[in-house]
Design a protein around this ligand. Structure first.
Ligand code: R7I
Ligand code: MG
Ligand code: MG
Length: 423
């Protein structure tokens, strides 16, 4: 790599974080829903990753990044521009421009509606269009979580309250459902602790404490509390089979916990992935969940890169994936910016308050009601008792299909929140 060497540990971690997210996205991209809702055996991933060892860009090209990175880059650029705070209107405009420049990056179906409405209204109310989605419930997709790591970097050295406030503001431009916003907050907090090098025990305890503070319905299984209980059990009993119930779908609820599990679990050796570095095995474990592999890979990659630093990211991936050099430049810019901000005495709100002129905002016709699927159904306790291995090949009969999936065969591209539970 022909970039300058890192000057210190923080730069190592910032670069690792930006790089990790891009690599997870690019490496997971080709496998996104390629196995339906099913997980991938580790042998398949090892085969896939061996291709990258012998990669020749002139012959093989590059693995392109998807919407995950397209949006994360704009969030980083926005913060690098506004410097002391997040400006929601600036960010909304950047998302819209980015989308119109390259619409083929694999954006979620609903989020493109938001972009069109923002565009037509010139982002007058940057939060308005997202609030209208799904009968005003907002999207619970993982799109706000997958792009949030630059917020964690910007908020390095600041309070958790500020971090959560900025994550919330960055999320609501496209995702206003509580599960979508909280997914972004959990991912931001996870990346922030990884940047701080928090050990796995304290990391999990802090995550559980944040989840508790959400005060979710204790009787509901559509909650982060429920997912983190599964995660805690899987980690405590070293029973990886339990983790399949965390899910692999495009809902934040069914992917953010899976990425966090991958990061924590891969801190210990995994027999079948013993040849991989710690960073690589994190991404491999994340992708092995199947389903939304670019996004779970990217979120886990951001945490692992932040924790282990750029030094743990194998150099050969830099030739395989698109966007890595921009990621490094952005990381360096953010380190400098964070240091300047921490050294200065300026105290101003971390999120710019938006004044909205009272004007009619043009609204496009409602989306197809067919797309308005109900919330995910309960995960039945049978899943937890299941003997299934997340990494093993499964026959149709014995598969616990994780909770939600973008079915490639579904022509209307609706997200079918599936729970095919084994009895
Ligand atoms: O969340 P979002 O940006 O999608 C991100 C995913 C990642 O996997 C990317 O890699 C990319 O492939 O897409 O986009 P949204 O359009 O907000 O959400 C994704 C899908 O989740 C939507 O198209 C909906 O079908 C579904 N969805 C919902 N369905 C029912 N009810 C999101 N929220 C709801 C809901 O409230
Ligand atoms: Mg994507
Ligand atoms: Mg995805």
């Amino acid at each position: 790599m022909d970039m300058d060497k890192c000057e210190d540990e923080l730069q190592e971690r910032f670069r690792g974080c930006m790089l990790g997210a891009v690599l997870g996205d690019c490496l997971g991209g080709p496998l996104e829903f390629k196995n339906g809702n099913n997980s991938f055996p580790f042998s398949r991933l090892k085969r896939e990753f061996r291709l990258y060892d012998a990669w020749e860009p002139e012959r093989d090209g590059v693995l392109e990044f998807t919407d995950d990175t397209a949006m994360a880059r704009q969030l980083a650029y926005s913060l690098l521009e506004t410097r002391t705070h997040l400006d929601p209107r600036n960010l909304a405009r950047r998302f819209v421009d980015e989308y119109h420049r390259e619409q083929g990056r694999g954006y979620g179906e609903a989020v493109t509606e938001v972009f069109e409405k923002l565009h037509k209204s010139d982002c007058r109310d940057p939060y308005g269009p997202a609030k209208e989605q799904f009968k005003t419930e907002g999207s619970f997709g993982n799109g706000a979580a997958m792009r949030v790591h630059p917020v964690a970097m910007f908020c390095h050295g600041r309070s958790r309250t500020e971090l959560l406030e900025m994550a919330d503001a960055s999320a609501r431009i496209t995702h206003s459902h509580q599960l979508g916003v909280r997914g972004a907050q959990l991912q931001a907090y996870a990346v922030s602790m990884a940047l701080d090098g928090v050990d796995s025990k304290a990391f999990l305890a802090n995550m559980l404490e944040l989840v508790e503070s959400f005060s979710e319905d204790p009787k509901s299984k559509h909650t982060y509390r429920y997912k983190f209980e599964i995660m805690r059990k899987a980690l405590a009993t070293k029973n990886d089979d339990l983790a399949i119930a965390l899910g692999n779908g495009v809902a934040a609820l069914h992917s953010v916990p899976s990425a966090i599990f991958s990061f924590l679990r891969a801190q210990s050796p995994i027999e079948q992935l013993r040849d991989s570095s710690r960073f690589v095995r994190t991404v491999q474990l994340a992708i092995s969940f199947g389903g939304d592999t670019d996004t779970i890979g990217s979120m886990a990659g951001a945490m692992a890169g932040a924790y282990y630093g750029e030094v743990d990211v194998p150099e050969n991936f830099l030739d395989v994936c698109e966007g890595v050099y921009d990621a490094i430049k952005q990381a360096d810019g953010l380190v400098k910016l964070v240091r300047e901000n921490l050294d200065s005495d300026v105290s101003e709100p971390i999120v710019k308050r938006i004044k909205i002129e009272v004007q009619e905002i043009e609204v496009k016709p409602d989306i197809n009601p067919e797309l308005l699927k109900p919330e995910p159904e309960d995960i039945k306790p049978d899943v937890i008792k299941s003997e299934l291995k997340p990494s093993a090949s499964k026959s149709k009969e014995d598969v616990v299909e994780p909770d939600s999936a973008l079915d490639n065969d579904t022509t209307d591209s609706a997200i079918d929140i599936k729970h095919n539970i084994v009895k």
